[in-house]
Design a protein around this ligand. Structure first.
Ligand SMILES: *[C@@H]1O[C@H](CO)[C@@H](O)[C@H](O)[C@H]1NC(C)=O
Ligand SMILES: *[C@@H]1O[C@H](CO)[C@@H](O)[C@H](O)[C@H]1NC(C)=O
Ligand SMILES: *[C@@H]1O[C@H](CO)[C@@H](O)[C@H](O)[C@H]1NC(C)=O
Ligand SMILES: *[C@@H]1O[C@H](CO)[C@@H](O)[C@H](O)[C@H]1NC(C)=O
Ligand SMILES: *[C@@H]1O[C@H](CO)[C@@H](O)[C@H](O)[C@H]1NC(C)=O
Ligand SMILES: *[C@@H]1O[C@H](CO)[C@@H](O)[C@H](O)[C@H]1NC(C)=O
Ligand SMILES: *[C@@H]1O[C@H](CO)[C@@H](O)[C@H](O)[C@H]1NC(C)=O
Ligand SMILES: *[C@@H]1O[C@H](CO)[C@@H](O)[C@H](O)[C@H]1NC(C)=O
Ligand SMILES: *[C@@H]1O[C@H](CO)[C@@H](O)[C@H](O)[C@H]1NC(C)=O
Ligand SMILES: *[C@@H]1O[C@H](CO)[C@@H](O)[C@H](O)[C@H]1NC(C)=O
Ligand SMILES: *[C@@H]1O[C@H](CO)[C@@H](O)[C@H](O)[C@H]1NC(C)=O
Ligand SMILES: *[C@@H]1O[C@H](CO)[C@@H](O)[C@H](O)[C@H]1NC(C)=O
Length: 715
């Protein structure tokens, strides 16, 4: 019995697929195939003499229009590695409902015959290399069936072809995604939903170059649920009409030049909002009290604006909130008075760089789903409560540049946050002792630890050696004393180590050159983790979103290290930045340093290094910053390679060095003929004073004076 059924089903299905495909349809499809320069293997299946309903990517259905023999309803060729142009012939498939060519490498224009098709309902050409402006042809008064148009992530450019009032071409449009192109022009002037596209529910124009104001054309968009126009060049204030679109669930206008205040009466109308993203604009004023009425709000993103005032207590009514991002504003008030305890779903709270005061809010410890918490750069004081251990999911904690006390208590409290991977607590705990407690090793997941600029006293603690996942350690700007521990090579993932500006003494241990991660040519391949939040470095206008974008670094600047640079330093092939400056290092620059072919920055200045500059430094092609000044190096500066790209300041303060960079020639016999050269160009003015010296001291010292004058009169 079951076998019979299967046979029957097979017969039926094959019967329906043989019968339908017309000659016209087959020709249309073959014309499309002919326009491709790479067909991704389609030709093997799309052959003459076979019914096109069985071709790869083609689906046939029952006849749509009576009297018309048409079968092909779907052409679904997403991600088939297609290249070449799109044939207009696809627009004349009479029964085509869905055309999906997304994620290919198609180029040329989007034929207007397809845009104006009398049958296509869903058109997706996203993620290709299409250019020009997509236009329609034929009568502007004819209602086309198109409901979904996805032309995002292409290279379309120029004025967006808005359909004006009398135009009914797009009368059925529900979703339009034109994001990630280079469209220019203003937002439409004519009513969009009230006129051309009354059913519009999704409009995504983000990542383009739209200018002007958010247009009042949105009035009457009663069906609009998603509006995204972020990453454009919009200006002006938000029009009242925007707030008539009361179905809006996702509103993103981030990264434009918008300004004004968020009116409370307006805000309360968008009762269905789930996402509100207005970050990266110039909004000012307070968060309106009425925000509390947005019961569905999951994401509130107002970062990088100019907003101020206290957080409204009603924020606690937005119990669906998952993400709050208010970073880089001027919000103020006692954070301890804000009640976060009702925000049970909160996962991310980012208040970086505001003017919040008071103590760490106790209520935050009730948000047990919290994974990322950043309160850095706010004048918050007090201690970290032991209740922070409630935050079992906490993975990212940044309290940098608050005024917290008692680092030992903080560490004890954080012990139970076993998922903590990023802990940034620098610029707090001023002058306290570095906790030496062995039990702290339970930070087992920590990958990124920064306790910089705390003026902590004591040694580098042994418990650090237990943090086997540690990738990045910043203990700079403290008052740590004692030796650099030789267990440093047991931190097998460490590739960023900053110990600068401490008072560490003794020799740099030879085990340093055995740090496993830094020995790898491809250490970046071993790191994939993203930070939960983009990390900002104070003073550097740079943000690191991923660990891999941190440099492979050893920074021991400004300590009291003695002895020699470990001869095997050349084994740390991954190093991109090496700074041993301002110590008391002796001996020669080890030649192996020339094996650090990834090096971009090398600073060995202000030490007692002697001997020659290794010739091989010339081959470090990525080296863009070099400072070996103020040592006791001698001999010629290597020429004809990377060394020639640096100025004299890289080498100064080494009286025994010579070379044309220092205008101090190594071989006086060769040097004499070059003197006229110099007087003819840039040194012209200075030569006069040098010549005056020459009159007194004779021609034999002229050369030395030239050198001197270029020291004393730096350009
Ligand atoms: C088109 O196909 C891609 C897969 O290649 C899919 O992700 C996308 O959702 C499809 N588009 C539509 C409108 O269904
Ligand atoms: C294009 O947009 C439509 C409508 O939003 C969507 O269904 C489709 O999945 C999108 N295509 C891709 C490749 O994401
Ligand atoms: C529009 O398309 C882009 C990809 O090109 C996608 O990232 C974005 O999520 C889409 N917008 C909406 C609202 O679906
Ligand atoms: C923008 O489009 C380019 C090219 O199609 C694509 O590689 C990139 O991922 C897109 N960006 C986004 C945010 O969708
Ligand atoms: C953005 O608009 C301003 C004027 O509003 C203009 O000066 C600026 O050049 C525009 N930027 C881009 C990238 O179009
Ligand atoms: C930010 O707001 C203050 C007043 O609250 C104003 O003085 C200042 O000019 C604004 N800054 C910007 C960049 O808009
Ligand atoms: C909203 O918050 C206010 C102030 O916190 C409170 O008085 C009010 O009862 C809350 N309303 C609702 C509906 O929860
Ligand atoms: C931030 O707000 C405070 C008042 O709360 C004000 O005194 C201060 O000037 C503001 N700072 C900036 C940079 O606007
Ligand atoms: C944490 O979030 C999950 C959904 O991600 C939710 O089911 C759960 O109730 C939340 N926890 C609490 C304590 O509310
Ligand atoms: C800790 O992190 C791991 C891996 O990311 C995850 O599987 C686990 O659920 C997390 N545990 C908690 C309590 O969040
Ligand atoms: C060195 O660190 C101390 C704190 O221990 C700090 O006060 C000082 O400013 C730092 N010096 C430099 C040059 O950064
Ligand atoms: C540089 O590395 C190669 C092998 O990687 C090694 O043979 C050579 O001795 C090293 N050079 C120096 C100066 O250490």
């Amino acid at each position: 019995m079951p076998i019979l059924c299967i046979i029957l089903v097979l017969m039926l299905s094959s019967a329906s697929s043989i019968s339908c495909c017309t000659e016209h349809e087959r020709n249309c499809l073959l014309q499309f195939l002919a326009g491709l320069s790479q067909d991704g293997g389609l030709a093997a299946s799309w052959r003459h003499g076979t019914g096109c309903c069985s071709w790869e990517g083609i689906t046939c259905g029952s006849m749509k229009n009576e009297g018309e023999v048409a079968a092909v309803t779907d052409v679904l060729l997403g991600a088939k590695k297609l290249q070449g142009s799109i044939s207009p012939a696809l627009g004349s498939l009479p029964g085509l409902l869905r055309l999906n060519l997304s994620h290919n490498s198609l180029s040329g224009s989007l034929p207007s015959e397809i845009m104006s098709s009398g049958s296509i309902v869903i058109l997706d050409v996203s993620f290709n290399g299409l250019a020009g402006v997509p236009t329609t042809t034929g009568s502007r008064l004819k209602r086309r069936p198109l409901q979904v148009l996805n032309i995002s992530s292409n290279q379309f450019a120029g004025e967006f072809p808005w359909w004006d009032d009398g135009d009914t071409t797009m009368a059925n449009l529900i979703a339009l995604n034109a994001s990630n192109n280079s469209f220019t022009a203003q937002m439409p002037v004519a009513p969009l939903c009230g006129g051309a596209s009354p059913s519009l529910a999704l409009l995504d124009l983000s990542h383009n170059q739209f200018t002007g104001e958010v247009s009042p054309a949105l009035a009457g968009c009663s069906m609009l649920k998603v509006l995204r126009v972020g990453m454009n060049n919009l200006s002006g204030t938000l029009p009242a009409e925007l707030f008539e679109a009361t179905s809006l669930e996702h509103l993103s206008l981030a990264n434009n030049g918008l300004q004004g205040e968020l009116g409370g009466a307006h805000m309360a109308k968008l009762i269905n909002l789930v996402t509100l993203d207005l970050g990266g604009n110039s909004f000012h004023g307070e968060i309106p009290e009425s925000i509390g009425q947005l019961k569905n709000l999951e994401m509130l993103s107002l970062g990088n604006n100019n907003m101020s005032g206290n957080l409204p207590p009603s924020l606690g009514n937005c119990t669906s909130l998952i993400t709050i991002d208010l970073k880089f504003n001027n919000f103020s008030g006692d954070l301890g008075k804000v009640d976060f305890s009702t925000l049970r779903n909160l996962k991310t709270l980012d208040l970086l760089q505001n003017s919040f005061s008071g103590v760490l809010p106790e209520s935050i410890y009730s948000c047990s789903n919290l994974t990322a918490l950043r309160l850095s750069v706010n004048p918050i004081h007090g201690e970290i409560s032991s209740r922070i251990g409630n935050l079992r999911h906490l993975s990212f904690l940044s309290l940098t540049e608050n005024s917290l006390r008692d680092i030992a208590k903080a560490f004890r409290a954080l012990k139970s946050s076993r998922n903590l991977t990023t802990l940034l607590i620098g610029r707090n705990f001023w002058g306290e002792p570095m906790p030496q407690d062995e039990a702290i090793e339970s930070f087992e997941s920590i990958r990124y630890l920064s306790i910089y600029h705390c003026s902590l006293i004591g040694n580098i603690p042994l418990w650090l050696s237990k943090l086997k996942n540690l990738e990045s350690l910043d203990l700079s700007n403290n008052q740590l004393t004692g030796a650099m521990p030789s267990w440093i090579n047991s931190l097998s993932n460490l590739f960023y180590l900053d110990l600068s500006n401490n008072s560490l003494t003794g020799q740099i241990p030879a085990t340093l050159t055995e740090m496993p991660m830094l020995k790898l040519d491809d250490y970046e391949a071993h790191l994939t983790r993203q930070f939960d939040l983009p990390v900002y470095f104070v003073g550097i206008a740079r943000q690191y979103r991923t660990v891999t974008s941190l440099p492979a670094l050893l920074n021991f600047r400004a300590n009291i290290f003695t002895g020699v640079i470990p001869p095997k330093i050349g084994e740390l092939k991954a190093l991109t930045r090496l700074d041993f400056s301002s110590n008391q290092l002796q001996g020669e620059i080890p030649p192996s340093i020339c094996n650090l072919t990834n090096l971009q920055m090398l600073d060995l200045s202000i030490n007692h290094l002697i001997g020659p500059i290794p010739e091989g430094l010339n081959k470090l092609n990525f080296l863009s910053e070099l400072n070996i000044s103020n040592n006791d190096l001698e001999g010629p500066i290597p020429t004809g390679g990377q060394m020639s790209t640096f100025s004299s300041s890289s080498f100064g303060g080494n009286p025994k060095l010579c070379g044309s960079i220092l205008a101090k020639y190594c071989d006086p016999v060769e040097a004499v003929p070059t003197v006229p050269d110099i007087s003819e160009n840039e040194y012209g003015g200075k030569v006069i004073s040098a010549v005056a010296f020459g009159v007194f001291f004779g021609i034999g010292v002229l050369y030395d004076q030239l050198v001197l004058s270029s020291y004393f009169c730096p350009k």
